[in-house]
Design a protein around this ligand. Structure first.
Ligand code: PLP
Length: 395
C-alpha cells in the first residue's frame, strides 16, 4: 500500500521517538516520578509569559481576517523586518525583511533550502554525530549524504577529512552549533577554517557550495561563549532558525531562513525559497505565530534553568566515572558508553528507569545522548540510578 521509498522510513522509525513513547508507557506503569526520561529534546521550560500575552493581545486587538489569512509565501513583511532588525542589533549584520523567509520550524526550513538548491545526485556534507533527519531531508530531493567521521576528542568538526571529502558534486554543507547531540559550540577559529576550505573548493570547482547553518539552539549557550554568526564568515550561507527551543514552541512550528545579500543571486534564491514553501505544502508559516514572534522578538527563555541542569548532571556523571565533554550549548550531554555496544548500555539504563538515546541514532555509535531539558528534580531523583549504573560497570 505504501510507496517503496517510504518503506525503509517506516521500518526504521526514529529510535528517539520510540524511546519517548516507551517513556510514556513506563510513566503510566511506575509513576512519572520514578521514570527518568532523558530521551527527547522537548523543552521543559515553559514559553516566556510574553508569548501568552501576545496571543491574547493579538486576538483582542488585530483584525481576524488579517491574523488568520493567507499572506505572501515568505511571511508577513512587518514580522520579517522586525526579526531582521533584532538580528542586526544582536549580531552586527545588515539584514532587511526581504532577507528572511518565515518557515514551519527548522525541519521545514532545511527542506525548503534543499528543495531550492539541490539537484538529483548532488552531495550534502554533514559532520557525525549529526541530527539523523538530515539524511531524510536530503533524500527527499534525491541528494546524497556525505558523512565526515567524528573527532571524539573534541567533537569539533574534522576539517582535514572534510577538505578531502568535498567533491565536484558537493552542493551544500550542513553545520549545527550549538550542537545536537554533543552540546559543542563551534569556535570562531573553526568557523574561519571551515569557510576558508569552502572558499577554496568553490574556486576549484567553479560553482557555489552552500553552507547551511542549522541553529535552533543559538540562544542556549553557557559560560558566556560566543556563537559566531556564519553569514559574516561565508557569503553563500543560509541560516535556518527555529523558535522550537529558544522560545519553547516546538509544537507551534515557527522559524525562519536567512539569505544574506552577499549570497550569489540572493534575490533569485529568496524567490525560490518562497515558492518551495508553497509547493512543499507548508504554503506559509503559521500566521498567528508569526504575529506572536513580532511581539516577542527579543524575549528569552530561562537559559539559567538549563545551565543548572547541565552543571548538576555533568558534575554528577563525571564523579560516578562516566566520560563526557562539558557541553557549552544546547541541552544535551553526549556520554561515552562504558561498553562498546551502546544499545546494550541504553537497555541496562532502562532497567533502572533511565531513558537515553543510543549514539547510533546520530551516526556515532559508542556514545549515548542524555537530553537534560527536564526538571531539576528529575535530575536529582535520577542520580542514585546513574550511580548504581556506574557501579554495575565497575566505574
Ligand atoms: N535541527 C536540529 C539539530 C534539531 O535538534 C532539531 C530538533 O530537535 C531540528 C533541527 C528540528 O527543529 P524544529 O522543531 O524547529 O523543526
Amino acid at each position: 500500500m505504501i510507496a517503496d521509498r517510504m518503506k525503509p522510513l517506516v521500518e526504521n522509525n526514529s529510535a528517539i521517538r520510540m524511546m519517548f513513547e516507551e517513556g510514556k508507557k513506563m510513566a503510566a506503569e511506575f509513576g512519572s516520578e520514578n521514570v527518568y526520561d532523558f530521551s527527547l529534546g522537548n523543552p521543559n521550560v515553559p514559553a516566556p509569559e510574553c508569548v501568552k500575552q501576545a496571543l491574547v493581545d493579538i486576538l483582542n486587538e488585530e483584525d481576524p481576517v488579517f491574523v488568520h489569512g493567507y499572506m505572501s509565501n515568505a511571511g508577513y513583511e512587518d514580522v520579517r523586518q522586525t526579526i531582521a532588525e533584532s538580528l542586526n542589533r544582536r549580531f552586527g549584520t545588515s539584514f532587511a525583511g526581504k532577507n528572511l523567509v518565515m518557515v514551519c520550524g527548522a525541519a521545514s526550513g532545511l527542506n525548503i533550502i534543499l528543495k531550492t538548491i539541490l539537484n538529483p545526485g548532488e552531495e550534502v556534507v554533514v559532520f557525525a554525530p549529526y541530527f539523523l533527519e538530515y539524511g531524510n531531508y536530503v533524500r527527499n530531493f534525491d541528494g546524497r549524504l556525505t558523512v565526515i567521521s567524528p573527532d571524539t576528542a573534541t567533537f569539533q568538526p574534522n576539517l582535514a577529512e572534510f577538505e578531502a571529502k568535498i567533491s565536484e558534486k558537493t552542493r551544500a554543507v550542513i553545520v549545527n552549533s550549538p550542537h545536537n547531540p554533543t552540546g559543542v559550540v563551534y569556535s570562531e577559529d573553526t568557523v574561519k577554517e571551515l569557510a576558508a576550505i569552502m572558499d577554496r573548493k568553490q574556486k576549484e570547482y567553479g560553482h557555489p557550495i552552500f553552507l547551511v547553518s542549522d541553529e535552533p539552539y543559538r540562544e542556549l549557550a553557557y559560560d558566556g561563549v560566543e556563537v559566531p554568526y556564519l553569514t559574516k564568515y561565508y557569503a553563500n550561507t543560509f541560516v535556518g532558525y527555529s523558535y522550537s527551543k529558544s522560545l519553547s514552541l516546538p509544537g507551534e512550528r515557527i522559524g525562519y531562513v536567512v539569505v544574506p545579500d552577499e549570497m550569489e543571486d540572493s534575490g533569485k534564491v529568496l524567490a525560490a525559497l518562497g515558492i518551495a514553501n508553497r509547493v512543499i505544502g507548508s504554503v506559509n508559516a503559521p500566521s498567528l505565530m508569526q504575529r506572536v514572534i513580532a511581539r516577542c522578538v527579543d524575549a528569552r527563555t530561562d537559559v539559567e534553568a538549563y545551565d543548572r541542569n547541565r552543571n548538576l548532571l555533568y558534575q554528577s556523571l563525571r564523579s560516578y566515572g562516566f566520560e563526557c565533554i562539558k557541553p557549552q550549548g544546547a541541552f544535551y550531554l553526549f556520554v561515552k558508553s562504558p561498553e562498546e555496544d551502546e544499545k546494550a548500555f541504553c537497555a541496562k539504563a532502562k532497567e533502572k528507569h533511565i531513558l537515553i538515546v543510543p549514539g547510533s541514532s546520530f551516526a556515532c555509535p559508542g556514545y549515548v545522548r542524555i537530553a537534560y531539558c527536564v526538571s531539576y528534580e528529575t535530575i536529582q531523583n535520577s542520580l542514585p540510578a546513574f550511580s548504581a549504573l556506574a557501579e554495575d560497570y565497575g566505574l
